[in-house]
Design a protein around this ligand. Structure first.
Ligand code: ZN
Length: 151
């Protein structure tokens, strides 16, 4: 499958490839409170995300995985964006990013999304949207499980 990064503008390509080659927080978090394993079989992407949530704050997070540059770079960007955030804030940013991946231009201009905005062009490749959202799917599932445990 052709990697869509080759069709994005070069500045965005650089940001994505930088996160892919030098991923942030890509090591298993040993003292996590929740772990979620997500797969995207269509592309062969896999992400295991660990979060340490204390009093609704994501105090730390890490991931391991393999797959295309979009899936791994997106997960890396996500971890830098969400570390230290309140769970509600993390879910809200996840919603913004998901909207951007589904073509919402206002979301794409939201500077709060930081490096993740480099993935906007991926929204033009429907088959790859799932790649970009994989880490966020794992995050949403992790929050859901944490809240179920506490309920
Ligand atoms: Zn992928």
């Amino acid at each position: 499958m052709q990697d869509p990064t080759s069709q994005l503008n070069s500045l965005y390509q650089q940001v994505i490839l930088d996160h892919y080659r030098h991923p942030r927080n890509k090591e298993r978090l040993e003292n996590g409170t929740v772990e979620v394993h997500m797969r995207n079989p269509a592309c062969g992407d896999e992400i295991k995300l660990q979060l340490r949530i204390e009093d609704e704050i994501i105090v730390d997070l890490g991931f391991t995985g393999e797959g295309c540059s979009i899936s791994q770079a997106s997960a890396s960007m996500m971890t830098t964006l969400l570390k230290g955030r309140h769970v509600d804030e993390a879910l809200s940013l996840t919603g913004r990013f998901t909207s951007m991946m589904h073509g919402d231009e206002a979301a794409a201009r939201d500077k709060e999304l930081k490096d993740l905005r480099a993935l906007e062009g991926v929204s033009k490749f429907p088959i790859r949207i799932k790649c970009a959202l994989l880490g966020f799917d794992a995050l949403q599932e992790a929050v859901k499980r944490t809240r179920e445990d506490e309920a």
